[in-house]
Design a protein around this ligand. Structure first.
Ligand code: SAH
Ligand code: DHB
Ligand code: MG
Length: 221
């Protein structure tokens, strides 16, 4: 299988099951025009986040790593009217683009976007009592993944779901001595999920329009 074929199949899945959506299409165009990297989740993955949030009837969602807000909009759309996504982004330019996207997609009222380093913002989120969150989506700097899992646990309740993106990285996750902090972060998150008795987890490899990667999925006991 070539990467082109992975992308073609993603396009087929999106065509059949995700559907054309002006707001999301415009959002990706706005991100590209603003110079944001195209590292958002793919359309089928965005819909997966939406479906998982719906399946657990999530009302409170925490996202770490907003970029232009593509995954944020998918998550917000899964929520009831009184639901909220708290999303954390370190780059003010990304945050500005995301805010405009939230307005355009008519979900701004359900999104609480905070700008700063996630490890600085998470104690504030905790102190403000914005949790416990039903679902946490971790998708920021990969080196901090273990710290984010630990924070997600602190801000969770029994039954909360924690999803981390980019845990496979073209298979490089099995390189114990990669010297790459992003790989060490992914590996550290596996170690934490393995030894933490409050987490029951798996990881799924994915191919598609964003190449070969994967996500980890855990439930809080
Ligand atoms: N979730 C998005 C993609 C996020 S890309 C989507 O699927 O649409 C990762 C984002 O994390 C980038 O915007 C980057 O600026 C942000 N980021 C990197 N380090 C961060 C940190 N320490 N705190 C918060 N955000 C961070
Ligand atoms: C990167 C970040 C992501 O969240 C992603 O899905 C793909 C790549 C990156 O920082 O390279
Ligand atoms: Mg990602």
């Amino acid at each position: 299988m070539t990467e082109q074929k992975w992308a073609d199949v993603d396009a087929y899945i999106a065509d059949r099951l995700v559907g054309a959506d002006d707001a999301l299409t415009e959002m990706l165009a706005a991100n590209a025009a603003a110079g944001l990297p195209a590292i958002d989740v793919s359309p089928p993955q965005g819909k997966l986040l939406y479906l998982l949030a719906r399946m657990i009837k999530a009302k409170r969602v925490l996202e770490i790593g907003t970029l232009g807000g593509y995954s944020t909009v998918w998550l917000a759309r899964a929520l009831p009217d009184d639901g909220i996504v708290v999303t954390l982004e370190v780059d003010p330019h990304h945050a500005e683009v995301a805010r405009a996207n939230f307005q355009r997609a008519h979900v701004a009222g359900q999104i609480d976007l905070r700008v700063g380093r996630a490890l600085d913002l998470l104690p504030i989120v905790a102190a403000e009592g914005l949790g416990p969150f039903d679902l946490v989506f971790i998708d920021a700097d990969k080196a901090s993944m273990p710290d984010y899992i630990a924070w997600a646990l602190k801000l969770s309740r029994q039954g909360s779901v924690i999803i981390s993106d980019n845990v496979v990285r073209e298979g490089r996750v099995i390189e114990a001595a990669s010297g790459d902090p992003a790989i060490d972060g992914a590996r550290g998150s596996f170690d934490l999920m393995a030894r933490e008795p409050r987490l029951d987890a798996t990881a799924i490899q994915t191919v598609g329009s964003k190449g070969w990667d994967g996500f980890a999925l855990a439930i809080v006991e």
